[in-house]
Design a protein around this ligand. Sequence first.
Ligand code: HXC
Length: 264
Amino acid sequence: MLGTDTLLVSDDARVRVVTISRPKALNALNPEVIAGLSQVLDDTAAAARAGDVRALVLTGAGEKSFVAGADIAAMADMSVGTAREFARAGHGVGEALAGLPIPTIAAVHGFALGGGCELALACDFIYAAENAKFGQPEVKLGVIPGFGGTQRLARRVGLARALELCLTGDTIDAAEAARIGLVNRVLPAAELLPAALATARKIAEMGPVAVAEAKRVLHAGAGLPLAQANALEIEAFAGLFDTADQKEGMAAFLGKRKPEFRGQ
Ligand code: HXC
């Protein structure tokens, strides 16, 4: 069975919800949670390829927190080698999220600090409750972000904002996070998960090959010079004309009916 004591997995209408559940520790990420996430994401990749899962929502259990960071108690006595392995495992989770051929949405309420902010940043977009708080407070502990924060945060909000957050360790609220482009939408807490699910379901109705290609090209292009990135887009656009979904999508438009995409 998928999931563990600290990781809940549920599927509904081809949308998978993954809930990190260590509420007594504000859902802090210990090595077990990271290993569990890695396993769940492997399974999700297979389920996405089979067409059984078409979107993923990542959230945290309890009312207080998405994820308050990597588990400080678990890190306190780590050696250089163990810390490197832990950081690599967290980066693996980030890469697995970015590499999924389906959209990933982080639904963030309460604290998204350190590794929690980094986990949200590894998702395609972030919805935040009004009570959400974001930050990279690692410098207060004598370390730096280690699950991708120095890089993904800078790419999302720009170097100066990322430097400010990573060097001061300051926490920002949801409104400020929206203002700087860290989060896509801010919602009352009760509407957070329904809104994330509604968006996930909407995308799950689109042509799955097109969604996967849009995600792939956007992510891959972000790290490339513009001319190379544009060339990626042209090839991906053209390649989609070899799919049944393209024929179905355009025929449905011209026939004034709803398309039935098969993900092929
Ligand atoms: C372990 C944590 C934790 C964490 C909270 N807890 N955050 N345990 N790791 N990151 C535990 C507390 O010890 C406490 O346990 C319980 O959760 C409730 O937390 P409180 O501090 O009592 O709650 P509150 O006063 O409301 O303060 C909330 C908070 C604070 C502001 C979020 O807990 C906090 O500052 N946490 C640490 C945030 C942080 O520094 N994150 C970055 C970690 S470094 P008990 O047993 O006492 O009830 C990181 C590196 C990533 O993420 C890269 C790694 C490679």
